[in-house]
Design a protein around this ligand. Sequence first.
Ligand code: ADP
Ligand code: ASP
Ligand code: MG
Length: 813
Amino acid sequence: MQVLKFGGTSVASAENIEKSCAIVRAALARGPVVMVVSALGGTTDALIGAGRAAASGDYRYRDALAQLQQRHVAAAQALLPPAAQPDITDVLTRGFSELLQLCDGIFSLGELSDRTLDRLMSYGELLSSQLVREALGARTAAVWADARQLIRTNARFGAAEVNVAVTRAQVQAFKSAHPGEVWVVPGFIAADDQGNTTTLGRGGSDYTAALLAAALDADVLEIWTDVSGMMTADPRLVSRARPIAGISYQEAMELSHFGAKVLYSPTIQPVMERGIPLWIKNTFAPADYGTLVEVAPPPSSEVVRGLSSIGNLSLLNLEGSGMVGIPGFSKRLFEALARERINVVLITQSSSEYSICVGVAAADVPGAQAAVDEEFAPEIASGRIAPLRPENGLAIVALVGENMKNHPGISGRLFGALGQNGVNIRAIAQGSSERNISTVIRAADVRKAINVLHEAFFEPAYKQVNLYVLGPGNVGGRLLAQLAKQQQHLQQQLGLQVRVVAIANRRHCIVDENGLDLAAWPAALAAAGPCTLEEFTELIVSRNLRNSILVDVTANPAAADYYADLLAKSVAVVACNKVAASSAYANYARLKALAQDFNTRFLFETNVGAGLPIIGTLNDLTSSGDVVRRMEAVLSGTLNFVFNNYDGSRPFAEVVRQAQAEGYTEPDPRLDLSGTDVARKILILAREAGHPLEMSDVQIESFLPASCLEGDVEAFYEQLAVHEAHFRALYDAATAEGKRLKFVARFNDGAAAVGLQAVLPSHDVYELRGKDNIVLFYTDRYAEQPLVVKGAGAGAEVTAAGVFADIIRAARL
Ligand code: ADP
Ligand code: ASP
Ligand code: MG
């Protein structure tokens, strides 16, 4: 005997019913079949909606019922030739007129009891099963078996408990009366001792099928649904979830109990007891293997079998010094909850015994609070125990798998993965079976958490990274182009799926959670609505995507003000913007500390020498125990360009203008010419070398006459022209001695200075050409000959490449 159950989607339309019937016919070739069906997809919800509307005096329940009737009639007409339609048309007409009467009654009473609701809901399965029997019966003889005469329950309407012995006897009796016939049975519904209709709980058709399989000692139970098996995670939350081929009964029970909707959790017990294999199969892809639930599934290399989650959870905390070391408190707590029929989903107690924490459905909180506060009224009055404190808006995320047993490091990976994404764990529970590790987190973090865990446990070679790019200007634009070009390579070689989720300039912002089209962003951004910096950063927090990175390619001081908040949410910050790293030391130190505390990254390699690996090299030196004693550097692409190109044949001002036109300078060229930009860079290097310097500690020896820095940019250029003789004199004096002018930054024994220097050919920086930068590190290990980093230190393409490298560094944390 085979029991095949078809869920709501599998019988949602005539077309789907045909598919389900074809599967039954194929199974008949292997042996007798019992077919259990759900209501047409969405019907149960619609019936509940109609009942509630009626109870609240809203007459629109009539429209809802009319629509449902229309759906059923349309399916019948599509499934059956006209001559075969009268019987089912009668059934449907009668059924819907009873439903209308029932709802009219609810409407006039203004009340919907659990018992009436069960009757109301039962029509979904009653009608679908008769419709399916007609469809199947057109070609294959089949008998309709009313589940209310097969499955006996108590009178707990809404989620009735089954009397297994009576059920078994009734099922066997029906079998004797209908030997060899195919049965079509409504799922979900049953009857109590008085013959009242009851239901087995939402999703209960799976359970009906399992009860029948057990009562018939079936060879197999097949659950036909709309996915290809039980998956590693809820496919609605994790797009890369995949079917689990083999799973044990216990694992399947844990997963379904913790929210894997694909299987109603009570389903497993009856078949497990009798060792009946349970297949989960896809009606819409019957050739797919699906999931086989059995006693001993083939061993899997993966430690975790699946992930699942339950929302709408609240934690109840009972705590107080009056509990320590006194037996009986937990008993009283659980008894009080049991009296209210409140289901405890999870329990934790620290060994201090100072508090006990239980997880319950949010809807149970008021009842639980009243019951527990009443139970402990004397202790609360005397202050030995605090009144019960509920925390709402929570959810459980659980890891399930037999292999987790005795396998160290799982919780570490779990906590590490969540921690890196700023997901705070409110409570943890692990039974000694080690088959389930449950964590309680904010409901708003579930999607992120499940995805992060799925990557950590099922896709170690894959990681999705979500970028928020601020400032798609010269450098930002190149960065986006480089990202577009490398996306495939990153995915294939590094397992990184790098997506740009949002791009913002000063005024507008575009967002797409699935990743923006990097070929089309300029037009999209031009057409986008207004967006402030604050809105943009709020977006990063509210979208709450995993592995998020803010990429700041602006020079905007206001942008840097948001770093701290983002780092504290475990959002990494990659800044081309130098403002933060060169701001007050306390702020710089705080940002670095936040990154460390919240397991994320604050990276700014391009603050010094564009794409050159200067900060990275310095970090490698210091983290391996070397000590940087002295640094000497030429760090301004602009000043290099200017002094390499100025020989008195063209005015100094004109050469500076050319540097700006060619994109070497900061947006405001005075920052370069005044030496401020170089001072910021040596300050950052000194800090990274471990010295808590402030900008005011860096000595700036300016070569500009004071008047050059007094007005705006145009006034600056005018003043440069006015002082042409001054620049010419500097050049001539150097040339006369066979020297070249270089703007050099120096760090020595904790002190930093920047200034124009005339250097001899023997000096390391003499030959520096074009826009090149150079840094010489003198350290304990590189004491005689410095470690030298040299190369192009300006330009949009190399700067973008440096930002790109930081992004990859942050992504691979
Ligand atoms: P049916 O109507 O066939 O009983 P359900 O809607 O009750 O179908 O269950 C199937 C759905 O369960 C899937 O479409 C999927 O969205 C959801 N689901 C949640 N968790 C899982 C999981 N771990 N594996 C497979 N499906 C899951
Ligand atoms: N129709 C019922 C429900 O929607 C039972 C089921 O589909 O399993 O909950
Ligand atoms: Mg279901």
